[in-house]
Design a protein. Structure first.
Length: 212
């Protein structure tokens, strides 16, 4: 029992450290203008890790949040957050002349959520959940501000507006994950909110940012 506890605690530290390292590697890649290369590298690396760990313990699929057991309830609050976010961004984009529409929008709405699911997995399942496992007394009171701060900080190269938006999204999505333990709605709406934020708030095409 003691050995298992030590192993679990060590794994929590290693996973959390790997998430932090991923953020640092992102900053390196982004400084070289290689955002698309980073997305490919990070996706393959972390998908490989998920497959490896699921083969060791199939129940992790549920523990991490890749399940459909409570899908209806899990979509409730994220949907409200998504609708309010889209309405606000549409207003902001109209008021500031940033209502950009692009021929890439359908591809973005299909593909961006896949990247959103991976990011939510890193932030929630390997970040927030591990912080709570390592510091059970502090629990969400530590995990929430740390998760918000780190997720916001990693978007520093794209400016304060994106940092503010990602921090706000994390502030709402972390409690949703702690309540429902489901990654699917968070990843889906992460991708769609990100798409509209780039197009309507920043006035930029994220497809061009990644692929040129």
């Amino acid at each position: 029992m003691l050995n298992n506890a030590i192993t679990d605690r060590m794994r929590s530290w290693l996973e959390f450290g790997a998430v932090l390292s991923t953020g640092l590697v992102y900053l390196v890649f982004i400084s070289m203008g290689a955002k698309g290369l980073f997305i490919g590298f990070a996706s393959l690396s972390w998908i490989g890790y998920v497959i490896w760990r699921i083969r060791q313990d199939s129940h992790l699929w549920v523990t991490w949040g890749f399940h459909t057991e409570n899908l209806g309830a899990a979509f409730f609050w994220p949907t409200i957050i998504f609708v309010l976010g889209v309405v606000f961004m549409a207003w902001y984009g109209t008021a500031n002349g940033h209502m950009l529409w692009t021929e890439h929008i359908l591809a973005l709405l299909l593909l961006y959520p896949l990247w959103g699911i991976l990011q939510q997995f890193l932030v929630q399942a390997l970040g927030v959940a591990n912080i709570m496992a390592l510091f059970p007394r502090q629990g969400w009171m530590l995990a929430l501000p740390v998760g918000v701060f780190l997720f916001s900080l990693v978007h520093y190269p794209d400016g304060w507006l994106l940092m503010l938006a990602t921090g706000a999204m994390a502030c709402f999505f972390i409690p949703c994950y702690l309540r429902d333990g489901n990654l699917w709605p968070l990843g889906l709406y992460h991708g769609w909110l990100g798409t509209f934020f780039y197009l309507w708030v920043l006035g930029r095409d994220p497809w061009v940012d990644v692929f040129g």
